[in-house]
Design a protein around this ligand. Structure first.
Ligand SMILES: Cc1cc2nc3c(=O)[nH]c(=O)nc-3n(C[C@H](O)[C@H](O)[C@H](O)COP(=O)(O)OP(=O)(O)OC[C@H]3O[C@@H](n4cnc5c(N)ncnc54)[C@H](O)[C@@H]3O)c2cc1C
Length: 369
């Protein structure tokens, strides 16, 4: 028997949960969320760098940088308990291979109103003067994904009216008399006039099985090496911009730092150009990739010799999913497509956690809520 709801959300990542919450707050009485994993926010919403982007990262996309500045303030004030602020964030510009120089970076931060101050000498002198042009202290924080999940789950439970089914993989969506029918791998059927797909890396696999067009997505298997910092660096994050460099950012949910490198973190890259490229990599497939920690560390100590004490703990990996053709600008536009092959079927994709505000605003507009 097909169960009916006012709205169905596919995927219980941060986006799916917040969209379900929003639909409920907008008056949808019965909302269903379907999630393949055993709990919420286990995939990209957990496996990420945990950076609350504050604009600095996007000197080649002023629009993304501006939006980041606005969304970041809101995200921080709404999720205080999940925000880690008690560390210094050191940004640095490399002397060669960087797409932006120190003067341009300062001008850019000034333009978007992102605070940047001279870094104290004790920090600056740790960086190789041969390789680094300049260092600053920036104001950019990190989020604890576990606390974020607790916050959103508690808001959802207070609201009532939202049912979440875990360990339920969606196999197909199709048009039905009541809107969109959702069929699970286990053969259950659900139906609603509004169905919103928020499956991140899983979107095109569902579209292929459902005979829908594929989204223009590009993927990379990304490794986040989780590391222990030497004591004197424990309360610092480091981001070297803007090219084949690296970042070390606190990962509050495990009390470690993520270590990533533009050259080594993407372990494979591909686009869904045809059916053969659909990303069906399981968590186990992802874990079979070899860590590039050694290569990353070899490069790190060239730039910051005093970080030779960074120690590897483990790696977490996810399929990073961005809209095709954003490579040049490194921008993070959001995608919200309504009536996508089926009336009332919507797909969303956000490039960073705080894109949720843009996604919800756009959904409201398209749904007329
Ligand atoms: C390596 C990496 C680093 C990043 N760093 C940052 C950062 O520092 N700051 C930042 O703001 N953003 C960062 N991001 C981006 C951010 O993590 C994502 O934009 C955000 O988590 C997307 O949330 P989501 O809910 O759409 O995706 P997810 O959290 O992946 O949720 C999608 C859900 O759909 C479920 N699902 C998939 N297919 C099916 C199916 N067929 N049936 C049922 N359920 C299904 C999945 O299990 C998953 O729970 C990073 C991403 C990656 C991968």
């Amino acid at each position: 028997m097909t169960k009916t709801y006012d709205a169905i959300v596919l995927g219980a990542g941060y986006f799916g949960l917040r969209i379900a919450q929003n639909l409920r707050e907008s008056g949808k009485a019965r909302v269903l969320v379907l999630e393949a994993e055993d709990t919420a926010m286990q995939r990209a919403s957990y496996v990420n760098q945990a950076r609350v982007h504050n604009g600095y990262h996007y000197p080649r996309s002023i629009l993304t940088a501006f939006r980041s500045r606005i969304s970041s303030d809101r995200f921080i004030s709404e999720n205080q308990a999940a925000i880690k602020k008690d560390f210094e964030h050191v940004y640095a510009i490399a002397k060669s291979l960087s797409k932006t120089n120190a003067r341009q970076f300062e001008e850019f931060c000034n333009r978007i109103g992102a605070p940047l101050s001279e870094s104290p000498n004790e920090i600056g002198k740790q960086f190789s003067p041969r390789l680094i042009e300049k260092t600053w202290l920036a104001q950019e924080f990190a989020f604890d994904s576990n606390i974020l999940r607790e916050l959103v789950m508690s808001q959802i439970s207070k609201l009532g009216g939202i049912e979440i089914r875990f360990a339920t993989k969606v196999a197909k969506v199709s048009q039905s008399a009541g809107g969109t029918k959702v069929t699970t791998e286990g053969g259950e059927e659900f139906e609603a006039p509004i169905v919103i797909s928020s499956l991140y890396a899983g979107t095109n696999e569902l579209h292929l099985a459902s005979g829908l067009a594929l989204l223009p997505i590009q993927y990379e298997v990304a490794e986040m090496a989780l590391v222990q910092m030497p004591t004197e660096w424990k309360d610092r994050a480091i981001t070297v911009m803007d090219g084949p460099f690296f970042s070390l950012v606190p990962f509050p949910s495990e009390n470690l730092h993520t270590f990533s490198h533009v050259r080594y973190t993407p372990q494979v890259r591909w686009e869904d150009k045809d059916d053969s490229e659909i990303s069906k990599l399981s968590k186990r497939d992802l874990d079979s990739f070899k860590s590039t920690f050694r290569e990353m560390k070899a490069d790190l100590v060239r730039y910051i010799p005093s970080l030779s004490g960074v120690t590897y703990v483990k790696s977490i990996r996810e399929i990073k999913t961005v809209l095709a053709k954003v490579d040049l600008s490194d921008s993070r536009p959001v995608l919200v497509r309504g009536d996508f092959g089926i009336p009332g079927y919507y797909c969303v994709l956000g490039g960073k956690i705080d894109n949720i505000y843009d996604v919800v605003e756009e959904l409201h507009e398209q749904l007329g809520l």
